[in-house]
Design a protein around this ligand. Structure first.
Ligand code: AMP
Ligand code: MG
Length: 601
C-alpha cells in the first residue's frame, strides 16, 4: 500500500507543463500566460480630464467662492476622443468632458458642480462665460499621461493566471491574442457491463453511467478539455477499441474495472498496451487505483500518455480525481499552486478510522462566529454520490489517527475554493498550565525570550480569573462598555488593547481568530481546560500530583523526576522545552497532532 502523498508525487512526475499556444484573449480565461507582456504605448495616451467640467488655469481661481465667483470666458468645448485645437490663456476656460485631452495652458479641471453652469442655464444666462465657485488646486481632476501604464513597462508576467482584469489589460494594450499554456485534452472512459448511457432507456439491472459526467465536469472545471469516449464493456476487445480512440489526448482517465472482481479487465488491457502500476493507496474511499503510461506510436516513435484508472464507485472516482487528476491537470496547464485550500474546522460528528487509511469524509462546512464547523453529509458509502452533493469540503482524517470525534479540530479541503486562495492560516498555540505558585509565569517569560531569540513573532495570552487592570471603573473605556458597546478598543501611538464583553469564558480556539494571523506562535498561560497542547509546570514541594491528567498533557516541566507517563523536561532547560514546542507544534502547524481528549474530573 502506498501513501496518498507518494501516489500524488508519482502521478505528478509523469506529467509536464504543456506547450504554449497563441489564441484570442477571450478564449484564454483561466489559462497561464507563457510570455512577459510589455507595453508599447502610454495609458492614458495624453493628460486628460477625470471629470466633466472646465479646463482652466488654477491661478485664475484665486479667492473664488460661492458668494464671489471668478468669471472666465469660455473659449471652446472638448469631447472625449477629440484633440484640442485651442489653448487656455489667462482668464479663459474650455468646457471639457471626462477622458478628453487637456488643452495647452490648462492645469486643472473644475467640475460642473463647482461652477454656476446649471444656474446660468436655468435662468437663460450667457454661456460664453462661466463662474467658478471655488479656488482650485493645480493638477486636480487631471489624469496624467502614462499614469496607469507607461510605454516600456512590464505589465504582465509570464506565469500569471489570466482573470478578467488581465484580459482587460491585454485589450487596453491593443493585444487581440495572448500566448498561453495550452489546455490539456483529457480522454474519459467509463467501464462496466452494467452501465447505460444517459440518453438510452434503463434496462433492468443496469445503471446510468454517471462517472463520465462527473469526471468530464471536473476536467472542465479545472481548465482541461474533456474528450468523452463513452462506455467500454468488460471485455478486452471493447476496452482496447475505446482506449485507442483516446490515445491522442494528453491524459486518459478511466473509471471502474481496477479492483479485484472477475470482470475488472481494465488492468489486463492496460498491461498489454503500456506500463501500468496498480496501487493500493492508503486512502478511503478510493483504495484501488491504477496509474501508468499508455503508449501510442506517433510519426514512427512511441509516445506515452499518462493514464489514471479511477475506481468505479462514484464517490471514490470523484475523490481520487480530486486528489490525483486535478493536480495533474493544473500542472499541465502551468499552474503553480496545485493543492486545494485547507482550513481547520471543529468536527461535529464522529468518524472512526479502523484500518489506518487516510479518510476523506464528505462534510458540510459552515462558519459560525470565528470558527468553521464541519458536519458529515449523511451516509458515507462510496456509492452514495449525494453525499458529495451536500458537501463543500473533504475532512481529512490522518492515517495515523484513530478517527475524529465531535469537538476535534480537523483539516478540511475546501472543494469549491480556488487553489490560489491559499490555506487559512492557523497560528499554533501552546498553553502553560500548573498549580498556583508552580512557576508558570517564569516559564512563560523564559519561553517568550527564547522564541524571540529564534526569530519568532510571539503573542502571549494570559487567562485571569479575576478582573482586569486595564478596565478600571470610571475610565473612558469602562464608560464605553457601560454604555453597552460589545467591544472597546484603546489605542495609543505604541499600544493597542481590546476589551471585549463576553458572555462566557472563551477557550483558546475562540480567542485565536481575534488575535489574528500575523504571529508565529501563541503562548498562553492558564486555560487548563483548553484543547490546545498543554505543558504543565510541576513543583515538587506543591505535591506529586499534576493539575491535569497526564494523557491530556504534551509534556511536563519539573524540578524533579515525576512518576507519570508523559514527556518530562528539567526546569532549567528552556532551550529543550522550546525545541519540543517548535518541532511538535510550530513547524508542523499545518498537521497539528490531534489534541488529547478533555476529560471532566
Ligand atoms: P468497479 O470498480 O468497476 O468494480 O465498480 C464499482 C462500482 O461502481 C460498481 O457498483 C459499479 O456499478 C459502479 N460504477 C462503475 N462505473 C460507474 C459509472 N461510470 N457510473 C456509475 N457507477 C459506476
Ligand atoms: Mg466494473
Amino acid at each position: 500500500m502506498i501513501s496518498v502523498d507518494e501516489a500524488l508525487q508519482k502521478v505528478l512526475s509523469y506529467v509536464e507543463v504543456l506547450e504554449p499556444e497563441r489564441k484570442p484573449i477571450l478564449a484564454c480565461l483561466g489559462q497561464v500566460l507563457a510570455e512577459d507582456v510589455y507595453s508599447t504605448i502610454d495609458i492614458p495616451p495624453l493628460d486628460n480630464s477625470a471629470m466633466d467640467g472646465y479646463a482652466l488655469r488654477a491661478e485664475d481661481t484665486g479667492g473664488a467662492n460661492e458668494s464671489s465667483p471668478r468669471h472666465l470666458a469660455v473659449v471652446g468645448g472638448l469631447a472625449a476622443g477629440a484633440l484640442p485645437t485651442k489653448e487656455v490663456g489667462p482668464g479663459t476656460a474650455i468646457r471639457i468632458m471626462t477622458g478628453a485631452p487637456l488643452p495647452q495652458g490648462a492645469d486643472v479641471v473644475v467640475r460642473f458642480e463647482d461652477t454656476d453652469e446649471v444656474n446660468r442655464r436655468s435662468c437663460g444666462g450667457d454661456l460664453a462665460q462661466i463662474g467658478i465657485l471655488c479656488q482650485a488646486q493645480k493638477g486636480l481632476n487631471i489624469r496624467r499621461r502614462g499614469e496607469d501604464i507607461a510605454r516600456g513597462d512590464l505589465v504582465l508576467n509570464e506565469g500569471a493566471v489570466l482573470r478578467p482584469q488581465e484580459i482587460g489589460v491585454l485589450a487596453s494594450l491593443g493585444h487581440s491574442t495572448a500566448l498561453v499554456i495550452r489546455r490539456p485534452v483529457v480522454a474519459i472512459l467509463s467501464t462496466g457491463d452494467e452501465l447505460v448511457a444517459v440518453d438510452r432507456p434503463l434496462a433492468a439491472g443496469k445503471i446510468f453511467d454517471s462517472n463520465t459526467y462527473t469526471v468530464a465536469a471536473e476536467v472542465s472545471r479545472y481548465g482541461g478539455i474533456p474528450k468523452i469516449l463513452g462506455i467500454g464493456r468488460d471485455s478486452v476487445q471493447s476496452l482496447t477499441a475505446k482506449l485507442n480512440e483516446g490515445l491522442d489526448a494528453d491524459m486518459l482517465i478511466t473509471s471502474g474495472g481496477v479492483s479485484k472482481g472477475d470482470y475488472d479487465v481494465v488492468k489486463d488491457v492496460l498491461a498489454q498496451h503500456g506500463e501500468i502500476d496498480f496501487w493500493t493507496v492508503c486512502m478511503k474511499p478510493g483504495k484501488p487505483l491504477a496509474f501508468g503510461v499508455m503508449t501510442r506510436v506517433e510519426a514512427g516513435y512511441a509516445k506515452g500518455i499518462p493514464h489514471l484508472g479511477l475506481p468505479g464507485n462514484p464517490v471514490s472516482s470523484m475523490i481520487t480525481f480530486e486528489q490525483f487528476a486535478r493536480p495533474a491537470i493544473l500542472k499541465m496547464m502551468g499552474k503553480k499552486i496545485l493543492a486545494k485550500p485547507t482550513i481547520r474546522a471543529i468536527m461535529e460528528d464522529r468518524v472512526n478510522n479502523s484500518d489506518g487509511r487516510r479518510i476523506f469524509a464528505r462534510v458540510a462546512v459552515a462558519r459560525r462566529g470565528h470558527q468553521y464547523h464541519a458536519s458529515l453529509t449523511g451516509p458515507q458509502g462510496s456509492g452514495i454520490l449525494t453525499s458529495m452533493v451536500r458537501a463543500n469540503g473533504l475532512a481529512v482524517i490522518p492515517e495515523s489517527s484513530q478517527g475524529a470525534k465531535p469537538g476535534d479540530t480537523i483539516a478540511v479541503q475546501m472543494l469549491d475554493w480556488a487553489e490560489d486562495q491559499g490555506d487559512v492560516k492557523v497560528v499554533p498555540a501552546v498553553s502553560i498550565v500548573g498549580k498556583s505558585q508552580s512557576g508558570k509565569t517564569l516559564l512563560m517569560e523564559q519561553l517568550i525570550t527564547e522564541f524571540k531569540k529564534r526569530g519568532y513573532k510571539v503573542a502571549a495570552l494570559k487567562h485571569s480569573r479575576g478582573g482586569m487592570e486595564i478596565d478600571r471603573p470610571g475610565k473612558d473605556t469602562w464608560r464605553f462598555a457601560q454604555a453597552g458597546s460589545d467591544a472597546v478598543l484603546i489605542s495609543s501611538p505604541d499600544k493597542l488593547a481590546l476589551i471585549r464583553q463576553l458572555d462566557h469564558d472563551l477557550g483558546i480556539d475562540e480567542i485565536r481568530p481575534i488575535i489574528g494571523t500575523e504571529f508565529d506562535l501563541i503562548l498562553a498561560e492558564g486555560f487548563r481546560k483548553s484543547r490546545t497542547p498543554k505543558i504543565e509546570v510541576h513543583r515538587r514541594e506543591l505535591g506529586d500530583d499534576l493539575s491535569c491528567a497526564p494523557d491530556e498533557l504534551s509534556a511536563v516541566v519539573t524540578d524533579g523526576p515525576l512518576n507519570a507517563p508523559v514527556v518530562q523536561f528539567p526546569r532549567s532547560d528552556t532551550a529543550a522545552i522550546a525545541d519540543f514546542i517548535e518541532s511538535n507544534f510550530v513547524l508542523n502547524a499545518g498537521t497539528m497532532p490531534p489534541c488529547p481528549e478533555r476529560r471532566e474530573v
